[in-house]
Design a protein around this ligand. Structure first.
Ligand code: NAD
Length: 498
C-alpha cells in the first residue's frame, strides 16, 4: 500500500499527487493505513488530455484487438484479486473473502462486454431510397467519468469500465475517499491498454465535480448516494452529457407461509448483513406473513447471533462499518427506531470484542411500517421486520418507497412469485435467490434509485451513441433537388388564379 499512498494515476504513470493530503483510516483498528491526495485542476487537465489521445488510439484498433485486450484485463484482475482484496479490507473493512471475490466478479463483466461489443456495432435499415445503404452506426462517447462508492469499488468500477471500454471509450475513475489505494492498485490490470486509456484521480466531491463539468469529458457513470447523484446529474445536464445513475436502494424482503422458514431466515441474514449491510441491494425492510412471523424472526435472530464480528482479515463474517461517521449514522437510526417503539430482538450495540474499530452487532428489530427506519436507506447491519396479514399488504408496503432497486420474495407458490414479479416497482426481483447477479442481464433501479442499466446488452448502450449513415453507391442526381418543376407549384396543384 505504501507505494501508492498519495499517488494519482495519470497517462500510465503513478505520480506523486500535488494536492492536499488526507489520512486513510483502517476501520478495523482506527489507525491510519495511508494517505490520498486531492487531484488538482492541473492534474485533471493532464488526465483529460491523455484520455483524448488514448481514446483515439483505442477506437482505431480493430474490434477483435479490443476484445483480446479486454480479456487480458480480465486475466490480470483475476491474478491480482487477492492482493487487491487485502488492500480493500484494510481500507474499508469487509471480510477478505468478500473483497477477494470482487476482482474475479469484475473480470467476469470484462469477459462479458469483451465479447458483446464485437457482436454488433449498429444495424442496417431497409433503405428509404432504392439501391442505397441506410444504417445506424454505434460510436463511443469519448471520455467517461466513472465515480464509484466505497462498498464494492472493484466490482462496480469493473461493471462501468468494462462496458465503457468495450464501447470504445477512455475512462477516468474518481474513487471513494475511503478506498483510493485499492483503486490505484486496480490500475495494474490495465497495463497492456494504451497509456492514458484508464486513469485514476483521487479526492472528494470537488474532484468528481471538476471531472463531470469538464468540457472534454463526454459521459458519466455514477454509483453512490442520492444527494451526490443529484449533484452529478445536475452538473452533467449543463452540457447534456449522458449519465448513468445508480443510487440508493431500500429493498423489501417478503416471506410467505409456503416458504421454508429456516432457509428464508438464512437467506435473509445474508441479504441483510452481507458487507455489514453496506450493499445497495441489502434487504432493508422485511415484510413477513403473520403465520410464520414468530418462527422467522426467531430463526433470523439466531442466524444474526451466530455471525462472527471482527477484523476482516480474521475468520469472520462481519467486519466493521467503513468509517466512524457511518457507525454513528447507523446507531442513530437504531436509536430513533427504538424511540418509535421498535423491539430489539438481538444486537443493537457495539460488541464487547474487538474493542477498537467501528464495529456494530448485527441487529434484528421488530418494527411497524410507519417507523422512519422503513422509509430510508439504513446501509448498516440492521434487519427491521414488520408483520403483514397478506401478500396484498406486503406488496403495497413494498411499493410504499421512494426507491426501486431490488426486491426479494420467499415463497413456494408460483402465483405469489408471479404477482411479486409483476407488481413490485423495482428494477430487480429475486424469488428465493437473494442478491445474485448475472453479467448477461441488466442491473439497475427506478424512482430515486436512478436511471440507466449496467450489465446485460443494455449496459453497453449507456456508453455509445448512434450515428445515422446513408450511402449511395455512386453519385446520381436526386429528384428532390432544384430546380422545382412548375407543376409542383401552388398555382398548379390548387389551380389558383388571381
Ligand atoms: P457517496 O454518494 O457518498 O459517494 C459516492 C462517490 O461519489 C464517491 O466517490 C464520492 O467522492 C463521490 N461524490 C460525492 N459527492 C459528489 C459530488 N457532489 N459530485 C461528484 N462526486 C461526488 O456514496 P458512498 O457512501 O460511497 O456509497 C454508499 C451509497 O452508494 C449508498 O447510498 C448505496 O446505496 C449506493 N450504492 C448504489 C449502488 C447501485 O447500484 N444502485 C451500488 C452501490 C452503492
Amino acid at each position: 500500500m505504501a507505494r501508492l499512498s498519495g499517488r494519482q494515476f495519470i497517462d500510465g504513470v503513478m505520480v506523486e499527487g500535488a494536492g492536499t493530503r488526507h489520512a486513510i483510516i483502517d476501520p478495523a483498528t482506527g489507525r491510519s493505513c495511508g494517505q490520498y491526495a486531492d487531484a488538482t485542476a492541473e492534474e485533471i487537465e493532464q488526465a483529460v488530455a491523455a484520455a483524448a489521445r488514448a481514446q483515439r488510439e483505442w477506437w482505431a484498433m480493430s474490434a477483435l484487438e479490443r476484445t483480446s485486450a479486454l480479456h487480458e484485463v480480465a486475466a490480470r484482475l483475476e491474478a491480482g484479486a487477492a492482493q487487491v482484496g487485502e488492500c480493500l479490507t484494510r481500507e474499508m473493512g469487509k471480510p477478505f473473502r468478500e473483497s477477494h471475490w470482487e476482482g474475479g466478479a469484475a473480470a467476469s463483466a470484462f469477459r462479458h462486454f469483451a465479447e458483446l461489443a464485437r457482436q454488433d456495432q449498429g444495424r442496417i435499415a431497409g433503405p428509404a431510397i432504392a439501391g442505397q445503404i441506410h444504417m445506424t452506426m454505434k460510436e463511443p462517447l469519448g471520455t467517461i467519468v466513472s465515480i464509484v462508492p466505497f462498498n464494492f469499488p472493484v466490482l462496480l468500477f469493473g461493471w462501468q469500465a468494462a462496458a465503457a471500454l468495450a464501447a470504445g471509450n477512455a475512462v477516468i475513475l474518481k474513487p471513494s475517499e475511503l478506498t483510493p489505494i485499492t483503486m490505484l492498485m486496480v490500475m495494474d490490470a490495465f497495463a497492456e491498454l494504451p497509456s492514458g486509456l484508464v486513469q485514476c484521480m483521487t479526492g472528494g466531491a470537488a474532484v468528481g465535480q471538476m471531472l463531470v463539468a469538464h468540457e472534454h469529458t463526454h459521459g458519466v457513470a455514477f454509483t453512490g448516494s442520492v444527494p451526490a447523484a443529484q449533484a452529478v446529474a445536475r452538473a452533467a445536464a449543463e452540457r447534456f452529457k449522458p449519465t448513468l445513475i445508480e443510487a440508493s436502494g431500500n429493498d423489501p424482503f417478503i416471506v410467505m407461509p409456503s416458504a421454508d422458514v429456516e432457509l428464508a431466515a438464512r437467506g435473509a441474514a445474508f441479504a441483510a448483513f452481507l458487507n455489514c449491510g453496506q450493499v445497495c441491494t441489502s434487504a432493508e425492510r422485511f415484510y413477513v406473513h403473520t403465520d410464520v412471523f414468530d418462527a422467522f424472526i426467531e430463526r433470523l435472530a439466531a442466524e444474526a447471533r451466530a455471525l462472527r464480528v471482527g477484523n476482516g482479515l480474521d475468520e469472520v463474517e462481519i467486519g466493521p462499518l467503513a468509517s466512524e461517521r457511518e457507525r454513528a449514522r447507523v446507531e442513530s437510526i437504531i436509536g430513533r427506531a427504538v424511540e418509535q417503539g421498535a423491539r430489539v430482538v438481538c444486537g443493537g450495540s457495539r460488541p464487547l470484542t474487538p474493542g477498537a474499530g467501528w464495529y456494530l452487532e448485527p441487529t434484528v428489530l421488530e418494527v411497524q411500517h410507519s417507523f422512519h427506519i422503513m422509509h430510508d436507506e439504513c446501509f448498516g447491519p440492521i434487519a427491521p421486520v414488520c408483520r403483514v396479514e397478506s401478500l396484498d399488504e406486503a406488496i403495497a408496503l413494498a411499493n410504499d418507497s421512494r426507491f426501486g432497486l431490488g426486491a426479494n420474495i420467499y415463497t413456494e407458490r408460483l402465483d405469489e412469485a408471479f404477482r411479486a414479479i409483476d407488481e413490485i416497482e423495482s428494477g430487480i426481483v429475486w424469488v428465493n435467490t437473494p442478491l445474485n447477479d448475472n453479467d448477461a442481464v441488466p442491473f439497475g433501479g427506478r424512482k430515486f434509485t436512478g436511471s440507466g442499466r449496467e450489465l446485460g446488452a443494455e449496459g453497453l448502450e449507456q456508453f455509445r451513441r448512434s450515428k445515422m449513415v446513408m450511402i449511395a453507391p455512386r453519385a446520381q442526381p436526386d429528384p428532390e433537388w432544384f430546380p422545382y418543376p412548375d407543376e409542383d407549384s401552388f398555382r398548379s396543384v390548387r389551380g389558383a388564379s388571381d
